[in-house]
Design a protein around this ligand. Sequence first.
Ligand code: NAD
Length: 330
Amino acid sequence: MKIALFTAKSYDKYYFDRQLSDTDHKITYFEDALNTDTAMLTRGYGAVCVFVNNTIDRETIEMIADFGVKVIALRAAGCNNIDLEAAEDAGLQVFRVPAYSPDAVAEHTAALILTLNRKTHKAYNRVRENDFSLDGLTGFNIHGKVVGVIGTGKIGTAFCRIMKGFGCSINAHDPYENDEVKEMGGTYMEVDELLAKSNIISLHCPLIPETKHMIDKKAIHKMKDSPMLINTSRGALVKTVDVIDGLKEKKIGSLGIDVYEQEENLFFQDLSEEVIQDDEISRLMTFPNVLITGHQAFLTKEALDEIAKITLQNLTDYEAGKDVENRVRP
Ligand code: NAD
């Protein structure tokens, strides 16, 4: 199949090229995002391949359908960036990669917790300046703490396993209880109870209308005093302005995020020479107890290999006329 891959980065090219030799597919890499300005590039391609930083709206979908595209292959798990109704209306199938490496994301979540708690990012900079002082670097023992996990699917469960290894107890919230989490000793409860009882709260549910801004002013005021809040799922699960207020009021003890509500205008690009116009992320970056990474939780060799392999397999199955297991419908 002829595939137009958008927002191509060096690691996309490397890992997709490694997998291509086993297939009959051909990929053209475009650095630009797919939108109404670039849609004409898709003429003659059967599939487009996009990532989460690309908002694929109805207008773009209608244009690419007119140019002959039949498939949108998302090289990611979460698909909130695609207008699925519009894709269905235009007769396009949408595929995703539901579980390329839950461990990659779960391990990055643990990395955020450890860094934020033990301040290794600050210690690293201090020591490089020959500053061996310890003031301001005090953390807390993770062992014995209560971790609240919202969303116990693949990533949430992998994260529970890690935190169990640290000697934490697990509070969980999910409309569907997971036996593996229960076998680990995890206790399912309503979200309000979880917020009130957890020292560390970590979000692992998808962004859907019901979960948008689930962490807002009301939720923050239900939290146990000064918990650590971690979001490696999707930015808009958290209402950023309310979290900024929560940090100012010291209601939130610390914040670690790999995702951000307005990330599509910022993440995955080098803006070091630009004046950042987003005042909310700029305010977040002023807090000493906030740690931000730019949507890199998925970025391991194993995950990138799996993403490329499954994305191409989805397209191979489609071409073979099979019912593609990883198809997403509205
Ligand atoms: P999954 O589908 O296996 O699990 C999601 C879980 O959330 C399910 O168990 C579901 O029942 C639960 N859920 C749904 N609504 C809920 C609600 N209102 N409250 C609590 N739980 C709810 O998905 P996954 O593979 O574990 O991925 C989780 C999320 O992680 C994805 O949606 C994606 O947004 C995010 N993600 C982030 C990165 C990254 O690099 N930062 C990478 C991959 C995935």
